[in-house]
Structure formats: structure tokens, C-alpha cells
Design a protein around this ligand. Structure first.
Ligand code: SAH
Length: 365
């Protein structure tokens, strides 16, 4: 069962992009504009374009003096990502975008339209160092952290898309490529820009922003101390340490118990229910005893402040693993609920466009 654990926290050769508007504090923006001879009120004006109208093309910012637009573009709006491919599915309700970053690394984001909301799934790193064997991103390793602006600009692009469709981006989930809490500072800065009201941010409600983690316990506690109320999702995938060490190798550092303790701290500080992610894998983690153990451990650790999200495994190319049969899944749900824990099965939008975790980027490579 055991396999060598190779975890990467720091990318080998980070090639971060040039500084962008969304990497700068308000004071830094004012300073850059000052160097161009522009007064400080221009900073808020540009922020209204970026966060309020989802524009990053200064040539359309008609209230900026025409002579300054090219300079502002050069200093503050480097091209962060070029669209490489887009796939549509679910009758156009789901679109997955593959972007090429300045240094050639690949990035994915997925936009899912529902009758009552639109959810964007974003990446926090190019690749991932956590090495979970069932995840396509995990197989390729970590390329580098994304900059704050590379995270924020995924949101701006999707918000612009929804706006052009006469609708609105309502939810953002950090469930694309990467481990968000391993790129902590940039992710927190991005989250603040996602939730801040215009003109400081996109004004998306905190409860509609989900940060999903493999369970870096100290970083979960730190997130709790930020005093935000974003939704925390923990990718547990099994309630026992022995199996979890193979499914989520970082478990050798932070055990199930430590992760659930940190999740409890987050629930207490934020007042929010914690989401537990559980990819159901046939004959690997879908047994009755694991369902019972999961329900019991979660109930003991978190009481009513927890919800289980079962994800039918989306097999990665060449994988020997598969999703559990429907009857097994139903019995698993029933057993978790019998322990007093709410449990639902995640819908699998976008499956046929490989919209799970790095699969599109893996195909491209
Ligand atoms: N690193 C973070 C976020 C990225 S993945 C985390 O692990 O939470 C978002 C979710 O998709 C995680 O719960 C992850 O375990 C799950 N996932 C990854 N590959 C999957 C696959 N092939 N099928 C189903 N779920 C998968």
C-alpha cells in the first residue's frame, strides 16, 4: 500500500509574471501612477474599470487621458494569460478554459452555469505538489505558484463572460489546479479582492467563495484567524490514517485527527459549516465500515458544523481506479447520514470535457 511520498512546497524555478494592477496595494498603485505623472484619484478610477466593469484593456478606459492609456497598460496591465483552448459541454452550460501564462505554463479554469448561480472553479498553482494519486494535477508535479493577479484575473475573465451573457458570476471555488493553502499569501490577497465590495473588489459574497485544501492544518488555523467567513472545504477522502496516507500523502505530516481539529477551529471562528470532500473510489474507500467511521468521526469532531460532499471519482487517463457503483454510493450516503451528518453527492458537470483537476492541462502536455 505504501508508496514513496514526494511532496513539493516550493517550486524548483519560479518564474513569476511582471507586477500587475491586482498585485499592488492601493498605495503602490498610487505610487506607480505618480511616476507617470498621474494624480491619485486615477487609482480608484482604474479600480472601478477592473473590478466593476471587468476591464483590463486600458484603451477602453475612456475617462483616462488618452495619452496616459498606453503607459498605464505598460506599467500595470501586462498580459497575464493567453487563451489557448475552450471546451463547452452540458449544452453550453459548462465551459473550461485552458490558458497559457507568460512563461508557457498552463492554467485551467471552469465556469459552470446553473439556473440560480454561476460558479467558477479556479487554480491557485500551476500544477500541484501534493501528489494525490487519483488526481491528474497531482501526477505532473508543481510548476510554480500563481501570482495574486493570475488568480484574480481568472475571476475577472469569468465575471466579464457572465456579464456579456447578461448574468453575474456568483460563486468562486478554489478547486482547480493546486493546493491553495500552499500558496497562502497570494491566495488570501486574491480572496480579499474577490470578496471586497466594488471598487476594491468584485463584491462576491464570502459564503460563496470556497477554499478547498488537502488539510494543511496550521494553514487552516491561520485562515481561521483572518476573520473571514469563506467556506472551507477539506479533501478528506477517507477517515482512517492508514489509507489516507496513500490517497492524500500529506497525511503523513497532518493526521486525520489534526486536520479535523483544525477544521473545528475554523468552524468555531468563522461560524460556517465545513465541507468535507470525499471522492468515492470503487473498492478503495467506499466500504460500509468507512462510511460509519466517517460519519462518527465527523460528528464527534464537528457536530452539526459539517457537510459531506461525495464526488464520484472522475477517472484520470490510464488510471486503474473507477467510481463506485450507484448502489454502493447510495448505501455510503445512507450510512453517513445515519451518524447524524448531512451528506450529498456532487453533480458531475463537465465530466466529458475532463473538467476535473488538471485533466485538460495533462492532455495538452
Ligand atoms: N488541492 C485542493 C484543491 C484542488 S482539487 C484540494 O485537494 O482540496 C478539488 C477537489 O477535487 C479535491 O477534493 C480533490 O481531491 C478532488 N479531485 C481531484 N481529482 C479528482 C478526481 N479524479 N475525481 C474526483 N475528485 C477529484
Amino acid at each position: 500500500m505504501s508508496q514513496p511520498v514526494k511532496l513539493q512546497f516550493t517550486p524548483a524555478r519560479p518564474k513569476m509574471p511582471p507586477k500587475h494592477f491586482a498585485d499592488l496595494t492601493r498605495d503602490e498603485r498610487i505610487a506607480v501612477l505618480g511616476e507617470l505623472g498621474l494624480p491619485k484619484f486615477r487609482a480608484d478610477q482604474i479600480a472601478r474599470h477592473y473590478y466593476g466593469r471587468f476591464e483590463a484593456d486600458t484603451s477602453t478606459m475612456s475617462d483616462l487621458p488618452e495619452a496616459a492609456r498606453a503607459q498605464v497598460a505598460e506599467k500595470m496591465f501586462p498580459v497575464l494569460m493567453d487563451p489557448l483552448r475552450q471546451h463547452q459541454t452540458d449544452d453550453g452550460e459548462t465551459s473550461k478554459s485552458l490558458w497559457r501564462l507568460h512563461d508557457g505554463t498552463l492554467l485551467e479554469s471552469v465556469l459552470m452555469r446553473y439556473p440560480d448561480r454561476a460558479t467558477l472553479c479556479i487554480s491557485s498553482q500551476a500544477g500541484c505538489g501534493m501528489n494525490c494519486p487519483f488526481c491528474a494535477t497531482g501526477q505532473a508535479g508543481l510548476d510554480r505558484n500563481l501570482s495574486t493577479s493570475e488568480i484574480v484575473d481568472q475571476v475577472r475573465n469569468a465575471a466579464a463572460q457572465m456579464h456579456s451573457e447578461g448574468s453575474r458570476l456568483s460563486n468562486v471555488v478554489f478547486m482547480g489546479m493546486g493546493e491553495p493553502l500552499a500558496n497562502y499569501k497570494r491566495v488570501i490577497s486574491a480572496v480579499r479582492q474577490i470578496v471586497a465590495p466594488s471598487p476594491e473588489g468584485f463584491g462576491i459574497s464570502q459564503r460563496n467563495v470556497t477554499v478547498s485544501t488537502v488539510g494543511l492544518a496550521p494553514a487552516i488555523r491561520k485562515l481561521a484567524d483572518e476573520d473571514m467567513s469563506v467556506t472551507l472545504a477539506v479533501s478528506l477522502h477517507t477517515p482512517d490514517d492508514e489509507l489516507r496516507e496513500t490517497l492524500v500523502p500529506i497525511n503523513t505530516r497532518y493526521s486525520v485527527e489534526e486536520v479535523l481539529d483544525a477544521a473545528r477551529y475554523y468552524a468555531d471562528r468563522s461560524g460556517r459549516r465545513v465541507s468535507i470532500e470525499y471522492a468515492l473510489i470503487r473498492d478503495i474507500n467506499d466500504h460500509d465500515f468507512r462510511a460509519d467511521m466517517l460519519g462518527k468521526k465527523l460528528h464527534d469532531a464537528l457536530g452539526s458544523k459539517v457537510h459531506v460532499n461525495l464526488i464520484p471519482l472522475n477517472p484520470t487517463p490510464g488510471s486503474k481506479w473507477d467510481a463506485s457503483p450507484k448502489a454502493r454510493q447510495d448505501e455510503f450516503v445512507r450510512r453517513v447520514r445515519a451518524q447524524g451528518v448531512t451528506c450529498t453527492v456532487r453533480d458531475t458537470k463537465g465530466q466529458e470535457i475532463a473538467a476535473a483537476c488538471g485533466q485538460l492541462a495533462a492532455e495538452e502536455r
